[in-house]
Design a protein around this ligand. Sequence first.
Ligand code: GDP
Ligand code: MG
Length: 288
Amino acid sequence: SLLSGGAAIDESVMDELEAILFTSDIGARTADRLLEDLKQRRGSDRLKTADEVFAALREELSAIVRLPAPSLFDDLDAERTKVVMLVGVNGVGKTTSMGKLAHWAKNKGHSVLLGAGDTFRAAAVDQLQVWADRTDSPLVRGADQADPSSVLFETVERGVKEGFDLVLCDTAGRLHTRAELMDELKKMHRVMGKAFEGAPHEVILVLDATIGQNAIAQARTFVEAIPVDGIILTKLDGTARGGVIAGICDELKIPVYYIGVGEGVDDLRAFDPDEFVGALFDSFGEQA
Ligand code: GDP
Ligand code: MG
C-alpha cells in the first residue's frame, strides 16, 4: 500500500496522497502547502520512495502542531490569581472542559473558583453548578438573566480578594447573532481586566473535533474578536481524528493545550503532538 511503499514513487502515489490530505479535515490551505512542499522536496530528488514521502509529511505535520504551549498549571503557585476565560460556540464542550480543568487543578492541590458567564440559558448555570459540586469548587452565579460581564467581574474580584489560585470563567456560545456574541465576549474580556489588571490571563477556545473543517472557520471568528491563547479540542474519543487542528495551528498559530476524550471528569489529556500525528497517520492508513 501507499504507506509501506519502498518502491519508487510515481504520480499515482502523489495523487493518492493528495486525495488523503484533502479528505482529512486538515483544510485546503494547509493541504495545498504540504503538497507543494512535498513536490518540491521530491523534485530536488531527496524523496524517492513512498516511505520517504510519508516520513517527510509526518515531520512537517509534527512541526505544524508543535507550537509552544505552556501548561496552564505551571505557575499556579504564584502569588497572582490566574484567570482563565473559556470561549466557543454552544455544544462544543466549554462547561464540561471547565469542570475537567477544575478537577485537574484541584487534584494538584490548587483552589478553584468558577464563574457562570453563560447567563443566557438557565440550564447552563445549573449544569455548571453540577461541576462545581462535583469538584467541590465554589461558583459565582448571577441572578436570572444577569449581565454576564457583571457576573464575571464579581467572579474575578472575589477570586483575587480571596486568593484563589485559579479562576475559570464560562461564557455563552450563542446570542441572537454572531456579531452580538462577539461584542458580548469583548465586553466580558474588558470587564474582567477592570476587576483585575491583566485578566483574563488565558483565553481558551474550545473546539469540537467532530465538526471537521467548520472548526477552522469558527476559530477565525473568535480570533478576530478576542486574543485567543490556546485551544481545547474536544470529542476526540469518537471517530474524529482532529485533522482540523493541523489547519488551525498552521493558519492561526495557536497551540492546543488539551484534548477532551470523553464526558467524564478525568477525560482531559495534555495535547501530545507526536501521539496526535501518529493517530492521524493511522487514519490515513485506513483510507489508503
Ligand atoms: P458548551 O455548550 O460548550 O458548554 O458544551 P457542554 O460542556 O455543555 O458539552 C456539550 C456536550 O458535549 C455534552 O453532552 C458533553 O457531555 C459533551 N462533551 C463535552 N466534551 C466531550 C468530550 O471530550 N467527549 C465527548 N464524547 N463528549 C463531550
Ligand atoms: Mg456551557
